[in-house]
Design a protein around this ligand. Structure first.
Ligand code: 13P
Ligand code: SF4
Length: 302
């Protein structure tokens, strides 16, 4: 309680807002001003009136917030909270791929570093990747899609387009196995299966709905049956349970934990507000180019 009061008090003094991803630990989700998926968090970061954004998520998310709000102070409670998938492609590797395919447009998943985003034409999240390909890039002959091979495969299946791929993946979602889903379906035949598009194809094909984390929350609240088998990172169960007290959730794998998402604790949130640490800095030229690819995504309304 004391910790929460101290955070609330400092938050007011600093005119700060706390943004948290759906995979954060329950205590952090509970003190956040806004909880969401990567898309929701970037929209919130772009429109907030606060002077300081405390970003409870992984580094690329805080970096995206800083790129969208360069005049604000964006702090991350633990700067070691990286995303291994985002680190699977470097700016140099993407530049080399572009040299091999000079006519291709480059689409990057938001799970990338600022340097990689700066090399891209368009950004996407798991919530809008299909739409970005079928609407914004519909007339392009060649598309490079980095770094998630499984999200790319999901979009290929939905749109019929093929991509020049990068073989990145999320190590947490790779721990979710189809046989585990089959076993749960047998035990709970009335349950619906929701899966994140970062899951490999055999897992996605067992799902009734393939959605971003926010998409899952929305679909389950509006249309989900009483029992749901959840094929994504375990942190989302807290929010699902809180928002749907009458429903029962079966996580597919107790190994589907993103260790980086769990690095943020209430203590670290408090320290970050006390010491204004750790500020995110993105070199201006990289931020300007990365912003163009993110804003193209955010401003597309067709
Ligand atoms: P969402 O944008 O669906 O929340 O996913 C982010 C992420 O990192 C999933 O692993
Ligand atoms: Fe990255 Fe996977 Fe963790 Fe999401 S769950 S932040 S993609 S490692």
């Amino acid at each position: 309680m004391e910790l929460i009061e101290a955070i609330e008090k400092l938050k007011k003094e600093r005119n700060a807002v706390i943004l948290a991803h759906n995979y954060q630990i329950p205590e952090v989700q509970d003190i956040a001003d806004f909880i969401g998926d990567s898309l929701g968090l970037s929209i919130e970061a772009a429109k907030t009136e606060a002077d300081v954004i405390v970003f409870c998520g992984v580094y690329f998310m805080a970096e995206t917030a800083k790129i969208l709000s360069p005049d604000k102070m964006v702090i991350i409670p633990d700067p070691k909270a990286g995303c291994p998938m985002a680190d699977m492609i470097t700016g140099e590797q993407l530049r080399a791929l572009k040299v091999q395919h000079p006519r291709a447009k480059v689409l990057c998943y938001v799970n990338t570093t600022a340097e990689v985003k700066a090399e891209c034409d368009l950004c996407c999240t798991s919530a809008n990747a299909v739409r970005m390909v079928s609407e914004v890039l519909k007339d392009e002959e060649e598309i490079i899609f980095v770094p998630d091979q499984y999200l790319a495969d999901f979009v290929s299946e939905k749109t019929g387009r093929s991509f020049i791929l990068w073989r990145g993946y999320c190590p947490t979602h790779a721990k979710i196995l189809p046989e585990q889903i089959m076993a749960l379906k047998e035990k709970h035949p009335m349950a619906a299966v929701v899966a994140h598009p970062e899951c490999p194809r055999p897992v996605r094909h067992l799902a009734d709905q393939v959605l971003s984390t926010e998409g899952m929350c929305r679909w389950i609240a509006a249309k989900g049956p009483k029992e749901i088998i959840v094929a994504t990172e375990l942190g989302i169960i807290h929010r699902l349970q809180r928002e749907n007290p009458g429903k029962v959730f079966y996580p597919v794998s107790d190994r589907a934990l993103c260790p980086n998402m769990k690095l943020t604790t209430l203590e670290k949130v408090l320290w970050s507000l006390e010491d204004m640490k750790h500020p995110i800095e993105v070199p201006e030229d990289i931020a300007d180019r990365a912003r163009a690819s993110i804003e193209r995504m955010l401003h597309h309304k067709d």
